[in-house]
Design a protein. Structure first.
Length: 86
């Protein structure tokens, strides 16, 4: 354990010993990486908006809300939950 706390360890987040980049072998433009991150977050936001929309539709539509409160509706809910995990 004492050997781990020596000054020979390299802080990867600081760029290593020589002050290089975090990923020295990376040849791509950083703008490409940021564009990918933007796309991922936009997909996540769209999925979140879709889930909220479906939840509000279930909550605000009286026939659907009443059906989901019945035993058969609960079975359907449980089935949908299990199907999403498969």
């Amino acid at each position: 354990m004492a050997g781990f706390l020596t000054t020979n360890n390299v802080d990867v987040e600081a760029g290593g010993k020589r002050g290089g980049s975090l990923y020295p072998g990376m040849q791509e433009d950083p703008r490409l990486r940021w564009a990918f991150i933007r796309k991922v977050y936009s997909i996540l936001c769209l999925q979140f908006i879709l889930v909220v929309g479906v939840a509000f539709a279930m909550l605000l539509t009286p026939p659907v809300r009443d059906f989901l409160r019945t035993p058969n509706g609960r079975y359907v809910m449980i089935a949908f939950i299990l199907i999403t995990f498969v």
